[in-house]
Structures are given as structure tokens and as C-alpha cells.
Design a protein around this ligand. Structure first.
Ligand SMILES: N[C@@H](CCC(=O)N[C@@H](CS)C(=O)NCC(=O)O)C(=O)O
Length: 206
């Protein structure tokens, strides 16, 4: 399998998940809609965004929540997604949708978009703190979002919490979240994936 990714973007959650599950996966970073071998990324993702997971038979999944669940379901014993048909699985889907639409897209897609109008950015920034208030309440001193195991929802939230830090939102004001983030940053799979992705960012910045 190949994961098309951008360093420290939402595709980091899929990278973490594959490492957590011990799945054989080649991470291929894209830049300016080109693949690492100079190919046109639109030939892989008509939508032009990451993550895209190319399966060994050539089929492609190109939405974070489906990529995450596909990877988790390849290794059920890793506990990265509750079993299908259980209430916990629906809680996981509910949480992935929340993170994807309300946090990722409604906030960060606007805050990071250089072309977004200032009032749009301002409205998105105004959601940063209430969102962290909600997440802190939701975690309520627990260190996982769904059930009591680290799941793909946590891989996604860790990825998004990195972005709060990038936009100067100091997580120290939310001690539950800061502790959650610190703890999961120490997971070997998270540290390994972020090490690779930060190195790629630094290579580009050099
Ligand atoms: N609906 C997609 C959105 C993915 C997305 O926004 N990816 C961003 C990186 S975090 C991206 O590739 N942006 C570049 C672009 O849209 O051109 C999902 O949830 O996976």
C-alpha cells in the first residue's frame, strides 16, 4: 500500500495509524500537486488533496475517515477501531466526522488558507477556544476519545492538536488536553511518524 501525504498535514493521522498497526506502507510525500517521482498528483487524486491510500490492487481511498478506518480494519487486534456493529464503532464514526468537518475544515481549512478573506479567517479563529473547551470536556481527564484504547480518532486529534500549536493556541490553558497531547506524542508510532514528517518539512524549508 502507498499513502500519499503532505508533511504534518491531516495525512499524518493515517501515517500514525499504519505504524500503530504495523502495516507495510510506503509513505509518498507530494509537493505542489506533484508526486515524489514528478508525476501529476491529480492522476492519483482527482480532488488533489491528501490523504490518498493506494491499495496493492490500485484502488484508491481519498478521505481521511475512510483511510483511517480501512487501515485500522486491516489489523483489528491492534484495537485502532472498535468492531463493526458495536455502538463504539458509531461513536468512532461520529467523532471522526466531528474532527473532519467541524475542526479540520470549519476551522483550520480557513485559518490556513492564504486566499480566505479576513472575516472568514476571523470567524474560524473565534472557534479555536470553544472547540478546545468542548474537547477538554469531552476528554474529562481520560486519555482516549472513544472507549479506553488509542484509536484512529486519537491519531486524528493528535494531528489536529499540533495545528492548534502552529496557530499560537497554547494548549496549557486546557490542562486535560495538554496532558493528552503530551502523552500521545510519546507513543512510538506517533514519534516515528512525526519524526519523518518534520524532517521532510525541514528539508523543504532548507
Ligand atoms: N475531505 C478531505 C480533506 C483533506 C484535506 O483537506 N487535505 C489537505 C491537507 S490537511 C490538503 O491536501 N490540502 C491541499 C489542497 O486541498 O489542495 C478529508 O477529510 O480527508
Amino acid at each position: 500500500m502507498e499513502l500519499f501525504a503532505s508533511p504534518m498535514a491531516c495525512s499524518l493521522a493515517s501515517h500514525i495509524t499504519a505504524l500503530e498497526a504495523g502495516l507495510p506502507l510506503k509513505v509518498r510525500f507530494i509537493e505542489n500537486k506533484k508526486t515524489d517521482d514528478g508525476g501529476d498528483y491529480y492522476q492519483i487524486s482527482a480532488k488533489g488533496y491528501v490523504p490518498a491510500l493506494r491499495l496493492d490492487d490500485g484502488q484508491i481511498l481519498n478521505e481521511g475517515p475512510s483511510v483511517l478506518q480501512y487501515l485500522a480494519d486491516r489489523k483489528p487486534e491492534a484495537g485502532l477501531a472498535p468492531a463493526w456493529g458495536t455502538m463504539e464503532r458509531y461513536e468512532l464514526i461520529d467523532t471522526l466526522n466531528y474532527l473532519s468537518t467541524e475542526v479540520h475544515k470549519r476551522i483550520f481549512a480557513n485559518v490556513f488558507n492564504p486566499k480566505a478573506a479576513e472575516p472568514t479567517k476571523e470567524a474560524a479563529r473565534a472557534l479555536l477556544e470553544p472547540t478546545l473547551d468542548y474537547i477538554a470536556k469531552r476528554l474529562d481527564d481520560r486519555d482516549t476519545l472513544v472507549g479506553d484504547k488509542f484509536t484512529v480518532a486519537d491519531a486524528y486529534l493528535v494531528t489536529l492538536l499540533n495545528w492548534f500549536a502552529f496557530v499560537g493556541c497554547d494548549l496549557k490553558k486546557w490542562p486535560t488536553i495538554a496532558a493528552y497531547h503530551r502523552k500521545h506524542l510519546q507513543r512510538p508510532a506517533v514519534a516515528q511518524a512525526m519524526g519523518v514528517e518534520m524532517a521532510e518539512r525541514q528539508r523543504r524549508a532548507a
